[in-house]
Structures are given as C-alpha cells and as structure tokens.
Design a protein around this ligand. Structure first.
Ligand code: 5GP
Length: 190
C-alpha cells in the first residue's frame, strides 16, 4: 500500500534494528484519513470471504480494526489485557508476550461475543515474532470459530512471525512489509 509506505518513510523513526516507532500516525497520534485507507484496503483484500467478526488486541490494533470493520460491515472485538485474571467460565483467556514491553500479559475475550459460527479476520498494527497473533488465534480456537486470515498494517518480515503463520497455513495480508531496519534505514520487501 503506497500511501502507507510513504507515511512510514516520512514519519517512521527507527529506534533500533528491531523496532520502528510510528506514533506520529498509527499508535499514539492517529492519522484518520490514512486509517480509513487502511480499512478500505483490508476490506478489499478480504472481500467475499464471509467474515462475520474482526478480532484484534488493545490498544494499537483497535484503530485499523475498526476501519476495516466499518468497511466490511461487521463488529470488531478487541482482546483486553489484564495483569492477572482468575479463570472464569464466560471468558476465553490466553497469554501473550509483549514485543515492545518484554513482559507477559493475560488477554481475554468474553465468550458471549465470539462463537463457533463466527468466521474471523484477525487484525493488528505490527507483526514481529507473532506472539500477539498466536494468542489471538488461541482465543478464536477456544471459541471454536474459524479464521479467514490475518491482516497486518506493518510486517517486519525479518522477524519470525510471518514465516510461522505461513507455515501454519494462515493467509497473512500485510499492507507494508519491511525487510530491514539496519543502519537506521527502512527497507521494504516489495
Ligand atoms: P509480535 O507479537 O508479533 O512479536 O509483536 C507484535 C506486537 O508488538 C504488536 O501488537 C505491536 O503492538 C508490537 N510491536 C512489534 N514490533 C513493533 C515495532 O517495531 N514498533 C511498534 N511500535 N510496535 C511493535
């Protein structure tokens, strides 16, 4: 997606060889017009797949997920993060290791919002090592729902998440694919 790549080139800040800061337009200050285009592009790529729900994780996945939900005309569920959580019957619960915070947290979705009849599009802002995606897949599987695919705004293709999800047979659609952040430079895959 060219407009997104342009914005990343213009406003993205390389914090290290592993981390890109995009808080000028994606996950702190948000560019609504760009976010609308992102939602449109996800909807275009996953049109006609029978998607009934979008699932994401708070907080940074919510904006792109809502825009895609608006375009596809389906509800958006965001998994909530908890410091700790005791097991409850009405929640699907999983654990996720945070790439940026380097801590583990518990995430949960209320069982009343996700059922076995749902066909889910999973959306997140970044794909790095795939921990967030795997935890969301776990929640969706607990519900017995099926997965149409995974939509990612920015994929860092040099980290392991993409290859693992491909290996598990999931369809992954990334709107920008970064091949390297070496020497403070942002290089794209395609
Ligand atoms: P993963 O779980 O795939 O290892 O990492 C994805 C999650 O970590 C995303 O939900 C995102 O919030 C965060 N993340 C991963 N890499 C980056 C990055 O380079 N920059 C920012 N801002 N967040 C990242």
């Amino acid at each position: 997606m060219e407009a997104l790549k342009q914005k990343i080139r213009q406003d993205g800040i390389v914090l290290s060889e592993q981390v890109l800061k995009v808080d000028a337009f994606l996950n702190h200050q948000i560019d609504p017009a760009l976010m609308q285009q992102i939602g449109h592009e996800f909807a275009r790529r996953f049109a006609g797949q029978g998607i009934s729900k979008i699932v994401t994780i708070e907080a940074s996945g919510i904006a792109p997920a809502i825009m895609a939900g608006l375009e596809l005309g389906v509800p958006v569920i965001f998994a909530r993060k908890y410091q700790s959580l005791t097991l409850k019957d009405d929640l699907y619960i999983s654990k996720v290791f945070s790439f940026t915070k380097q801590t583990e947290s518990t995430i949960a979705i209320s069982a009343k919002h996700l059922t076995a009849s749902d066909h889910v599009l999973l959306i997140d802002d970044f794909l790095a090592n795939g921990h967030a995606a795997q935890a969301l897949i776990d929640l969706i599987q607990q519900a017995g729902a099926s997965i149409a695919g995974i939509g990612v705004v920015i994929e860092k293709s040099f980290q392991s998440g993409r290859a693992e999800l491909d290996g598990q047979g999931y369809r992954v659609e990334s709107l920008a694919r970064i091949s390297s952040l070496k020497n403070g430079q942002i290089s794209f895959l395609d």
